[in-house]
Ligand binder design. Structure first.
Ligand SMILES: O=c1ccn([C@@H]2O[C@H](COP(=O)(O)OP(=O)(O)O[C@H]3O[C@@H](CO)[C@H](O)[C@H]3O)[C@@H](O)[C@H]2O)c(=O)[nH]1
Ligand SMILES: [Mn+2]
Length: 342
């Protein structure tokens, strides 16, 4: 199943894009949106034969204007700029140190194809199907599963996993520097309604029409007290909104091969506030109830921004700025996507 005219691939980068050579068989037909972070005067070489747009910080400032401050600088959070400027229904985002993984039969995994399958088949957030994905070839709903729920709900997010270097936080990475993930679990699960999860941005796809405005990766990196919680923030906000709107989130297949372990000491410096703040942030999201009047993603997101301001502002003035960033993001989304209905 290919969605060549309906899907963009978004890649944040401060490095080079040689990794695309390995993905060429799977990615070449698709349009790439490359978000170059860091010094805009640095030239990023794109391997020949790819259809792409490349945006650097100057482009972000030019296109977003006086709200450009809401797009992070010097953090992979910059990738959400690609979500903003895409005109396609679906997005796949991948890091530049993620390569094609092999499945247990030593076949190359077409991660993009599996994400598309995940997004195009329903999710089952209300009752857990113990045989996992019921829509998969050779599986189904188990006995006792209500027939009234077997149509499932639309899938908004597909969260893939990683062989080799797992997405561990800095403390875990520091105490287990040699740990590698070699376990291939052949399953796709719907994350149940009411359950949050740590969304990792390195191998993730979503339905931009269903949940796009909720995929803001927050204020991270330079000038901010926190980094590397970009994808986590988007994961918490989008899951609360998916639960409220009756949309599904899946995790599991596909795997990619994650090759580079970023420096755990640098990561600790970026993450450490997040590591204790999250002990308060997560209960906040767990008890957040959006009003029934919020029936669109943008309305949910704006309501959530004000709840963040009121509910997390006591932790640090940063959260008031983050709430402002969430509002600026929605205003920018609407300005750049005037026809977006949600
Ligand atoms: O300042 C930056 C740093 C990095 N990038 C690009 O973002 C991705 C991820 O970077 P990297 O692979 O170095 O970091 P990891 O620790 O492996 O990434 C995990 O942490 C998340 C960061 O929040 C990330 O999504 C996870 O996968 C690469 O493409 C870098 O080139 C950047 O743009 N700006
Ligand atoms: Mn990485």
């Amino acid at each position: 199943m290919a969605l060549v005219d309906q899907l963009d691939i978004v890649i944040p980068t401060i490095r080079n894009l040689d990794f695309l050579e390995q993905w060429r068989p799977f990615f070449q037909p698709y349009h790439l949106i490359i978000v170059q972070d860091g010094d805009p005067t640095k030239t990023i070489k794109v391997p020949p034969g790819f259809d792409y747009e490349l945006f650097n910080r100057n482009d972000i400032e030019r296109l977003v204007g006086d709200k450009a401050w809401c797009i992070s600088y010097k953090d992979s959070a910059c990738r959400c700029f690609g979500f903003l400027v895409s005109k396609k229904r679906y997005i796949y985002t991948i890091d530049d140190d993620c390569f094609v993984a092999k499945d247990p039969s030593n076949e190359d995994i077409n991660a993009l194809e599996q994400h598309i399958k995940n997004l195009l088949s329903p999710a089952t957030p209300y009752i857990f199907n113990t045989l996992y994905d019921p829509y998969r070839e050779g599986a189904d709903f188990v006995r006792g599963y209500p027939f009234s729920l077997r149509e499932g709900v639309p899938t908004a997010i597909s969260h893939g996993l990683w062989l080799n270097i797992p997405d561990y936080d800095a403390p875990t990475q520091m105490v287990k520097p040699l740990e590698r993930n070699t376990r291939y679990v052949d399953a796709v699960l719907t994350i149940p309604k009411g359950t949050l999860y740590p969304m990792c941005g390195m191998n993730m796809a979503f339905d931009r029409a269903l949940i796009g405005p909720a995929m803001y990766f927050g204020l991270m990196g330079e000038g901010q007290p926190i980094g590397r919680y970009d994808d986590m923030w988007a994961g918490w906000c989008s899951k609360v909104i998916c639960d409220h709107l009756g949309l599904g989130v899946k995790t599991g297949l596909p795997y990619i091969y994650h090759s580079k372990a970023s420096n755990p000491f640098t990561n600790l410096r970026k993450e450490y506030k997040g590591i204790f703040w999250q002990e308060e942030i997560i209960p906040f999201f767990q008890q957040t109830q959006l009003s029934k009047d919020s029936t669109s993603v943008t309305a949910c997101y704006l309501e959530l921004a004000e709840k963040v301001r009121a509910g997390l502002g006591h932790i640090d003035p940063y959260f008031a700025k983050l709430a402002d960033g969430m509002v600026a993001w929605i205003e920018t989304w609407q300005a750049l996507n005037p026809d977006y209905e949600k």
